[in-house]
Design a binder for this molecule. Sequence first.
Ligand SMILES: [Zn+2]
Length: 353
Amino acid sequence: MPNLARVIARGISGKMRTISAPNCPKIYSIFETSTPPEENGITGFIVRGTTANTGMLRTEPLWSLLSNSGVTVGMANVPATFPVKPVNGYMISGMLTRGKNCEDGLLCSPKLSEVQGGDAVYPPTMVAELESNVGDFLIDCARMPAAKDFLGHEVAAVYEWLARVSATRDQQRKLFDYLLTNHPTDFTFLVQSCEDRVGHWLYPIQPYNVGYNPKLHTIQVNAFPDQYRALDKVLGTILKHVDENTNLFIISDHGIKPLRERESHDAHKDHAGTTPIIAKHDFEDGDEVPGVFVAMGPGIKKGARIMGLPMSIFDIAPTILHIYSTPVPTRMRGRVLTEIFEDTKGANVVSVR
Ligand SMILES: [Zn+2]
């Protein structure tokens, strides 16, 4: 991953604490509000029987705080941002967007033209522009096939699904490039999610791992590492738009690792449905599967690493507000990550140069 390596060498990186039973809608809502799920209203994929949506947000998110203080905001494929909300810029929704044949919006990857039950693009006038310049792109990465849909023809199912994953990512890369070229904003928030889906289904496990199925797990052992190679190419496209005055943060909402004991399919219903999963990020014993934090930019430490887990997902919104000199609301639970900046000391920061 040469592009990621370049950012890590020129910036500061470390692990990021997440919360128990992390999932994308929940964690991205914490990223944006720095408040616990019970307070911000987005407690998971399904909230009181309904798919999580922006109408449920009870605390003002980062994109609204920035917009209201005059910062221009651009967002694409951020989980749980459907239906989109007005911002001082643009917003294109991601995971949990509803569409044709996927009325519940659960990881169904509708095309832009198939969106139903709300707007996926703000301002609405941007839809025609995106259709003619980027195409009728797939929103987010699809869920994995159900067991009944691949039993007996595993090889074709794996390759077909991975081809769709690649097509989705290619379209997202084109979308990001188009947006950064034609609609530059002060704050831009872009998300990739295919690594998660591929990891749940095709993590490169060994015969001694729980859930190993030689018919499935010998087909494409590079599927999971390939996602990271592909992600690095997307990062390369983004880096073309990052000049010396730009701060870049690379964050993930959680990590993933193989199952340790057999579980019922219901244990991970939101994500997998009836897909036999082999890796996950929500271990009931509280085992942490931390996320990633990398930052690079003017005033940010270079060639540094943060040891341990002093950083949390709650700290992202306060830190970004600080960078834009926007007041941090007192309700926010996180802190400004002062130790990432060149002019401050941090006990857990070590130089890796
Ligand atoms: Zn997941």
